[in-house]
Structures are given as C-alpha cells and as structure tokens.
Ligand binder design. Structure first.
Ligand SMILES: [Fe+2]
Length: 144
C-alpha cells in the first residue's frame, strides 16, 4: 500500500494522492509519496510500551442511538496515551476502504485520546490514523 502525505498539513492518503487535500485544500501537487509518514513498530510481534501508547485500538459495536448503524471506536492505545498540553493526541483520521471519511480533533486536558464514528456501512476496511504531536502518525485497521 502506498502512502501519500500532504506536505502542507501532514494529512495522509492511501494508494493515490487526491485531487485536493481533504483537510487543508492544498492541490494534488502538495502530496508526496512517503512510506515513513506512518510509524511502524520495530517488532510487531513484541510491541514496546511506546508502540502500545500510540497504536490505536479499534472496537466495533452496534449503535445504541441510531437504527441500522455501526459504531467504530478508536482508543489510543493499548496503554492509554497522555493528553498533556506538551504531549497529546491531536486528531484521529478515519478511512473506509482506504478513502478518508473523517477527522476528529482532540484538545489536550479536556479530551481523552479516543474518538468514535457512526457508520452507515456494514462492510469494509476501517483504518484509523492517530497523530501524536511528539511521536507522529500511527495506524490500525479492522475489517467490518
Ligand atoms: Fe506520544
């Protein structure tokens, strides 16, 4: 899978650069291919505490608010990340079948490092990319 990063705002897209950045509206030319835009654990079979604090944990549940709705919840991470003013999760980006569908911004101190979406779809691959202001982007995904 190819990762494209917007040089203006850091937004990440998969497989192809979009016509325009869906976050900052920069043109396609602002995107460059950058496999390092999303961090990977050095050893996926043996995660460090640093890995566990950044790799999102995704849970899918049946919605209790809206009929015919699937909820996807993302928590950062298996060890809950801090939300201090100097070190916090700035946002979580959600993708459906590798197409960007939503960004949820988080404020330090006021927010927990988690976000949820109400989905109208029942099938597909949900990818979550979280952005730590100190440690960069980390991702996880789940198949509905
Ligand atoms: Fe961090």
């Amino acid at each position: 899978m190819t990762i494209f990063e917007c040089k203006t705002c850091g937004h990440v897209e998969f497989n192809a650069a979009p016509e325009m950045c869906l976050v900052c509206r920069s043109p396609r030319t602002a995107f460059h291919e950058n496999a390092a835009a999303i961090k990977q654990p050095a050893d996926p079979a043996s995660l460090t505490d640093g890995d566990k604090k950044h790799i999102p944990v995704i849970k899918v549940t049946t919605c209790g608010l809206i009929a015919d709705c699937t909820d996807v919840h993302a928590i950062v991470g298996g060890i809950v990340h801090v939300m201090d003013v100097k070190h916090f999760i700035q946002y979580l980006d959600f993708y459906l079948d590798y197409k960007f569908i939503s960004r949820i911004w988080l404020a330090p101190e006021a927010c927990k490092p988690a976000a949820s979406l109400h989905l109208a779809v029942k099938k597909g691959v949900i990818t979550v990319v979280e952005h730590c202001n100190v440690h960069g982007n980390w991702m996880a995904e789940v198949t509905l």
